[in-house]
Design a protein around this ligand. Structure first.
Ligand code: COA
Length: 178
């Protein structure tokens, strides 16, 4: 995909582009900052440089193969967001599973919306027909973003998540691409 730029609600210039190997440090800082916040996301353990390098090497291969659409957002040279669509296989090869995260200092200024629109556009170009995602029922802001973009709740897995000894429902949302 081509890299693209937009101006966030606070006036900052944001560049959306595919990741490269040079993003290793930035991606590691980004993901560990999300993990440190103990958010309503799946990851729980900080990643080491070695783990992140292994993950990024594999991800870059999978992006090259067309199995993943992956974008990062950059502000003044800092990686401040990452998002992906994983293409499913076989009889689900028309389906992509989406995930997104933004560093805390950059939330609420339209970056999530812009990234979602970009991923939808790229998913259509890749021939996908349906996007699905999983979200903690307690993650109200994420659910608002997804609904605003057009995702609809497809169902819930009661107690699908356990966080700090407490059960949370896992909500599955879906968007049909026209
Ligand atoms: C969820 C997340 C991706 C949203 O991205 P974002 O850049 O903050 O979202 P946007 O600024 O584009 O806002 C999108 C919508 O979300 C809602 N929203 C955003 N911030 C909000 C806030 N602080 N309070 C209430 N609603 C909010 C609004 O409906 C907003 O639309 P609007 O501005 O047109 O009213 C981001 O908050 C995030 O990374 N959170 C932590 C990681 C996470 O939860 N990832 C999702 C896991 S499923």
């Amino acid at each position: 995909m081509q890299s693209k730029a937009f101006v966030a609600k606070d006036g900052r210039k944001v560049v959306i582009r595919p990741p490269t190997w040079e993003d290793l440090e930035g991606l590691m800082e980004y993901i560990n900052s999300l993990i440190d916040e103990k958010l309503d996301i799946m990851l729980t353990e900080r990643v080491t440089r070695e783990e992140e390098a292994e993950w990024l090497a594999e991800r870059l291969v999978n992006v090259d193969k067309g199995d993943f659409i992956h974008v990062v957002a950059e502000v003044s040279g800092e990686i401040i967001a990452g998002a992906e669509v994983e293409k499913q296989k076989h009889r689900m090869s028309h389906v992509g599973v989406l995930g997104i995260g933004i560093t805390s200092r950059f939330r609420g200024i339209g970056i999530g919306t812009f990234i979602m629109e970009t991923l939808i556009e790229e998913s259509k170009k890749a021939g996908l027909k349906i996007l699905v995602l999983n979200v903690f029922d307690t993650n109200d802001i994420a659910k608002k973003l997804y609904k605003k973009i057009g995702f609809k709740e497809a169902g819930k897995i009661p107690k699908g998540i356990r966080k700090n000894g407490r059960y949370i429902d896992l909500v599955r949302m879906t968007l049909e691409l026209s």
